[in-house]
Design a protein around this ligand. Structure first.
Ligand SMILES: [Mg+2]
Length: 387
């Protein structure tokens, strides 16, 4: 694949990239809700849905779901503490759920959020560890809210560390929190302009995940779940294979990478959506730019469309910048304006240095990780959205 240069995003870590990442994540969540859980989504239906956004002239009529609700908590917590504070973030998750429980949370995570609301809790990581008899969750709930970590910490080591810890507040299985690390790293690299060289981008992600997945817990979880030795690396190699092919069908993408609620079946998928849509595609309108293509393509995969489009949106938005997002689309999404404002504040924080975590910097341990299970509802999600 040739180098594809973003025309308007500005230099590495520009304000446009920050705004693009956060706003496109909200956009993906809001427009993705329409197709969530659908097994087959014809592209015509996707384009119809996206065209209707232009016609309504934007009234914030598409509600955001748990993806955005929790990401907003992450952003606000980081801004309030100029870093990561585990107790504060956990408290915000619980409070947000208490105030607005109908955002489509999975049944598993609801138990965790209810426990996190207790003021007597001494270890905020414990409720997630207790999930499924100590097996923990490998759902994509940690990954869906991971982008802000890349927008808060300029150092890659910090992005890795805090994305992991932030995910472990609800997802204690390595196949859950490593997915969050991968998503945050993808946003981090995109923010630096790394998607100008797609092959190097994917190679870099593989190299990083080789290291992330080399610890004992990740290896043990992979063995127990009968996955490849390093499950996310294995998927990223598949992403690279699919990138190298001139034509690939949506069915092949789903069968190779998945479109489900497990982090393993959705984070590499979101990354592929971004890479695949760097160039014009036959199935997508010629007048679409790369960001529009990415969102449309993510929806056409079906399955966990809101989360996959949200994650792909964050990575793509960090590459193309805010100017690439149609204003009429932004206007339709609840929370997009707020994301735009907070992106600016994160941009300021990011460019202040030196910086690390706040008070919560201790590595949590997990006693029993013998088995893992998705913390979100099984199979096809049925979510009660606020509509
Ligand atoms: Mg959702």
């Amino acid at each position: 694949m040739m180098a594809v240069r973003a025309m308007t995003a500005g230099g590495p870590a520009s304000l446009s990239r920050f705004r693009g990442a956060l706003v496109a994540a909200v956009l993906g969540d809001c427009v993705g809700g329409e197709f969530e859980g659908a097994e087959e989504v014809p592209m015509e239906r996707v384009l119809q849905h996206l065209n209707s956004l232009d016609e309504t002239k934007g009234t914030g009529n598409l509600d955001y779901s748990d993806d955005t609700a929790m990401a907003r908590c992450v952003v606000r917590s980081i801004l309030a503490h100029a870093g990561y504070d585990e107790r504060d973030m956990a408290h915000r998750f619980a409070k947000e759920y208490g105030e607005s429980p109908d955002r489509g949370y999975g049944t598993g995570v609801v138990h965790v959020l209810k426990k996190l609301s207790s003021s007597h809790l001494s270890d905020v990581y414990q409720p997630a560890r207790d999930q499924f008899n100590g097996r923990g969750s490998f759902g994509n709930g940690g990954a869906m809210r991971a982008a802000p970590f890349a927008l808060a910490f300029p150092k890659l080591a910090d992005v890795r560390r805090f994305a992991r810890l932030g995910a472990m507040l609800t997802h204690s299985c390595s196949l859950g929190y490593n997915g969050a690390v991968l998503q945050a790293l993808a946003v981090h690299l995109s923010l630096q302009g790394a998607l100008d060289l797609p092959q190097q981008f994917i190679s870099r992600l593989i190299t990083e995940m080789e290291d992330v997945e080399s610890d004992d817990m990740s290896r043990k979880d992979a063995r127990i779940l009968k996955e490849a030795e390093k499950p996310f690396c294995d998927r990223l190699h598949r992403v690279r294979d699919l990138m190298d092919r001139s034509k690939v069908s949506i069915e092949e993408v789903i069968s190779e990478l998945g479109n489900g609620i497990a982090a393993l079946h959705s984070v590499p998928t979101a990354i592929f959506c971004v890479l695949h849509c760097l160039e014009p595609r036959e199935c997508l309108p010629e007048n679409y730019g790369g960001l529009e293509r990415t969102i449309a393509y993510s929806l056409a995969l079906g399955g966990d469309t809101d989360t996959i489009a949200c994650m792909a949106g964050a990575i793509a938005g960090a590459h193309y910048g805010i100017e690439a997002i149609p204003q009429s689309w932004i206007n339709c999404c609840e929370g997009a304006e707020d994301a735009d404002v907070t992106a600016e504040r994160l941009h300021v924080l990011y460019h202040q240095s030196p910086r690390g975590g706040g008070s919560g910097t201790e590595e949590p341990t997990r006693e029993d990780a013998s088995k893992c299970q998705s913390g979100r509802s099984n199979g096809t999600k049925k979510k009660a959205r606020t509509e």
